[in-house]
Design a protein around this ligand. Structure first.
Ligand code: 4AD
Ligand code: MG
Length: 431
């Protein structure tokens, strides 16, 4: 018998097929049992009629608990009224495993309870929609870079030094070499890759021991980081606009059904149209102060400021040229504005806040050495990185896009915790 996935059912109407899945929900009118069956690719309504099936099989209905696994056989027909749009008229049913009483009933549960049962919560149709959009976002981004001739460069997770400041480092013992740190960003290695291959990107998990319990912070998150030799700040601003435009169009085309399942208002996404508005940091500070914010020049934006800035326009907003004091050591100084660096952050609209951080890198040997010294970073651990400025140094730039915040924005979620299968936060490492 032919095993078919629910997502492919339209190509197999009126054929005798089998579906392998789990029971999502059930109800009965006595003579007809209705079984909602999911197989991970979709949901279909199984119709079990007393007159079409053996009495023993018909009686199995009573044993089938929520999330019991089962294999069903029958013919599918389109029916607009059915959940999922199709019904399967059952001719046989084989239980695989009768589930114990399932902890997550099909009703509202509190977030803490659901997070504690994340391994089961993933089976709900809402989580299915979010995580299949995440999967498509990653594919679209990788396609974008692959189509443009970038090489995927896998950077290490265990590293000898910090990339993004020493206050958010996870450390571990590393044999006789002393301490190792979980990577906060693959960027420094991607810079070596750009000098070797011209344009590269890395994509992987990154770690921040952030003592922040906000809706935007995870301690383990996935970042996609392109790095481009001979690119400057203007280049990466235009390039990231092109990338975001491509991404949003692709998700709107391919994931309309899932966005609808999440009740995502599509109007703001359909409006995305590059080039995006740009503000210098100085202009942004002025605007925030006019809005009554207490922020002072020189401070980085916190969640509240980001929320304000990302509701000014109905487009992502690019903020550029921040003060050196609030940014990482590797950023190149702006030759035209004392104390500023050639960097940019992109904030997603609708109050979502920063999704991209990037910059032109310091490519001058002496100036990089000064910055390493000023920030008290261990020069020995960075010798390899400094070498990139000794052997054919060129201007170069890149950025990092946080996957979870991007998923949160596109799906319209309030909190990043549902954007990754198993979120790691300050107060959560289980399951
Ligand atoms: O601005 P960040 O710290 O930049 C870097 O790490 C650079 N090395 C990137 C580069 O130039 N190659 O982080 C980049 C993005 C942020 O804009 C945000 O989307 C995400 O990574 N991010 C986080 N996402 C979830 N939880 C956290 N704690 C995050 N920290 C950063
Ligand atoms: Mg940042």
């Amino acid at each position: 018998m032919k095993w078919v996935y629910i997502s492919d059912i339209a190509q197999h109407l009126d054929e005798e097929i089998i579906i392998k899945g789990w029971l999502y929900n059930k109800r009965s009118s006595g003579r007809i049992h209705f079984l909602l069956i999911r197989d991970g690719t979709g949901i279909i309504q199984g119709i079990m009629e007393e007159k079409e099936i053996s009495p023993e099989t018909f009686a199995l209905y009573n044993d089938l608990t929520q999330e019991s696994s089962l294999i069903v056989q029958g013919k599918a027909r389109a029916d607009k009224r059915a959940p999922g749009g199709y019904e399967l008229y059952l001719t046989d049913l084989i239980p695989v495993h009768i589930a114990q009483e399932y902890p997550i009933a099909l009703k509202e549960h509190g977030t803490a309870f659901l997070m504690e049962h994340r391994h089961l919560w993933l089976r709900s149709s809402r989580q299915h929609a979010i995580l299949s959009i995440r999967s498509e976002i990653i594919k679209a981004l990788r396609d974008f870079f692959d189509e443009r001739g970038f090489i995927l460069l896998d950077t290490p997770i265990l590293t000898p030094a910090a990339c993004e400041g020493t206050t958010t480092l996870f450390e571990t013992e590393y044999f006789d070499s002393g301490k190792a740190y979980l990577s906060q960003s693959g960027q420094l290695y991607a810079e070596a890759g750009a000098m070797a291959f011209g344009k590269v990107y890395c994509f992987g998990p990154t770690f921040r021991a952030e003592k922040s319990k906000t809706r935007r912070h995870l301690t383990e998150f996935w970042m996609l980081e392109p790095e481009i030799a001979y690119a400057d700040l203007d280049y990466i601003m235009a390039f990231s606009e092109e990338m975001l435009q491509y991404l949003v169009e692709c998700i709107l085309t391919k994931k309309g059904k899932e966005l609808e399942a999440l009740d995502r208002d599509l109007a703001p996404l359909k409006k995305i149209n590059s080039p995006f508005p740009r503000l210098s940091y100085d202009e942004a500070i002025k605007y925030l102060q006019q809005q009554g914010s207490k922020i002072e020049w020189g401070e980085d934006f916190g969640g509240d400021e980001e929320t304000i800035l990302s509701t000014i326009y109905d487009q992502p907003i690019i903020i550029h040229r921040y003060p050196r004091q609030c940014k990482a050591f590797y950023m190149k100084g702006d030759p035209e504005a004392e104390g500023r660096v050639l960097n940019m952050d992109i904030l997603a609209p609708e109050g979502y806040g920063e999704i991209i951080g990037g910059s032109q890198r310091e490519d001058h040997l002496e100036r990089l050495l000064e910055k390493i010294e000023q920030q008290n970073l261990p020069k020995e651990a960075f010798e390899w990185y400094i070498d990139l400025r000794r052997y054919g140094s060129v201007p170069h730039a890149g950025f990092g896009l946080g996957i979870e915040r991007t998923v949160g924005w596109i799906c319209g979620l309030k909190h990043v915790r549902e954007t990754i299968p198993f979120p790691r936060m300050m107060e959560r490492i289980y399951p």
